[in-house]
Design a protein around this ligand. Structure first.
Ligand SMILES: [Zn+2]
Length: 214
């Protein structure tokens, strides 16, 4: 044995000593690596959700109604309603069919529609159960001069279901007004998002249907 064998032995001993130590170190490294990887995955998930949020809040204007994300809907119908367009109502058959198709596309259902045909005299019924009745604004109907139309709907407070609705239209019907009023008849209230169908101001409204799908 030469002098060099001692360090060799000690190296060997050290090696024996270090091997489990290395395994432990490797183990710790693996744990650290796992934590690091998890953190990366977590961060990327965070980044993803941030980018989603970024697109949800495109402008300060949209951030405000995000608190109230949906147009409020007070109630559902008790039955699938029938629509009656009364005599003198200032809308054509094509207009009502188009408005019905609009709401059907959003998943709403109507039993049938009757154009200038009212065998059950629902146009003169004060409580036309199961019907949405469309009238021309007539004498005796109080309506603000700035209003283009008005819808009155009756909710049964015991069942919280809509039982009937009446829509009063002015002569000069404008785009989106009939669809907007049918929205009220279906129980939707105003939702003042720009370009939205249920915007209370016609000039700021439009064809956007967020929250109107059944
Ligand atoms: Zn309205």
């Amino acid at each position: 044995m030469d002098a060099g064998s001692i360090p060799a032995t000690s190296t060997k001993l050290m090696m024996i000593y270090t091997l489990p130590e290395m395994i432990r170190t490797l183990g710790r490294l693996l744990v650290k690596l796992t934590i690091a990887l998890t953190t990366i995955i977590f961060l990327s998930a965070t980044c993803v959700s941030y980018s989603v949020q970024a697109s949800d809040y495109q402008s300060n204007y949209e951030k405000i109604p995000a608190v109230n994300k949906m147009p409020p809907r007070v109630a559902n119908w008790a039955y699938t309603p029938t629509i009656v367009v009364c005599e003198y109502a200032p809308i054509t058959d094509v207009q009502i069919q188009s408005a019905i198709a609009f709401w059907k596309n959003l998943g709403h259902r109507f039993f049938i529609s009757q154009y200038n045909y009212d065998p059950h005299n629902k146009c003169n019924d004060p409580n036309p159960d199961r019907y949405i009745v469309i009238h021309l604004v007539a004498d005796g109907i109080e309506m603000e001069t700035s209003s283009l139309a008005e819808t009155r709907f009756f909710v049964n407070n015991d069942t919280n279901k809509i039982e009937w609705a009446k829509i009063y239209m002015r002569e000069d019907i404008r785009e989106t007004v009939l669809e907007h009023e049918l929205g009220h008849a279906l129980g939707y209230l105003h939702y003042n998002k720009n370009k939205h169908l249920m915007n209370s101001k016609w000039t700021q409204g439009g064809w956007e249907t967020d929250g109107l799908r059944k």
